[in-house]
Design a binder for this molecule. Sequence first.
Ligand code: SAH
Ligand code: MG
Length: 226
Amino acid sequence: MTNPRNADIKTYIAQNFAKEDQDLLYAKENSVKNQLPNIEVSANTGKLLFLLAQLHQPKKILEIGTLGGYSTLWLAKGAPEAHITTIEGHSGHAAVARENFKHAGLDHRIELLHGNALKMLTKLTEKKEKLHYDLIFLDADKEGYPDYLPLILKLAAPRALLITDNLIPKEGFINQPDEKDEGAKRIYEFNAMLASHPNIESILVPAIVGERGRVDALGISLINFN
Ligand code: SAH
Ligand code: MG
């Protein structure tokens, strides 16, 4: 759906509040050069990740869905003390992300796990030492979201912050996805899990994304609220 006014609002916010530094600009350029899809978070959402990381001061961050590491870099800059584990299944994306982390001089505290998200998350839960991530950013395949949530809850520290991208599907009636739209069905399923979970407090924050001003939403959840 096209909405020119929304696109203008997005640009206005980005120009005034979400300026990208040289590392972020390089990550984007290098991703374009290597033909990665341009499905990274917007600069505005990146800045929100940065601010949430500043507020929450996580020591351990887990990201699911790295692409070229653009969102990873916003998180790393927002949490200068944190060690970040980021999971990416596509080897080409992983290679570009590694270049971008190195270029930013942040590769010493960003560990990229190359592999299927469900497999890697399961592996992390099986580790002997409790990992306890205090900030988790979920932005991988939408079909996987409902399967990732229980594993994320196992890996989360008490009062961990879970941030989830793309919680309003691109198309279809709201909360009435087309029977054939597997991604949309799974997103609404995930949202229902968040909304009904006794120990998670969440909100979906509407976000303008893409060049045409589509409205999506970013989920912000506090885990083990009680
Ligand atoms: N967080 C990134 C964008 C991630 S796009 C940013 O904002 O900069 C989603 C990424 O998830 C893609 O790179 C895709 O290859 C990866 N992905 C999709 N399904 C996956 C899976 N099952 N396991 C691991 N990675 C997956
Ligand atoms: Mg996304």
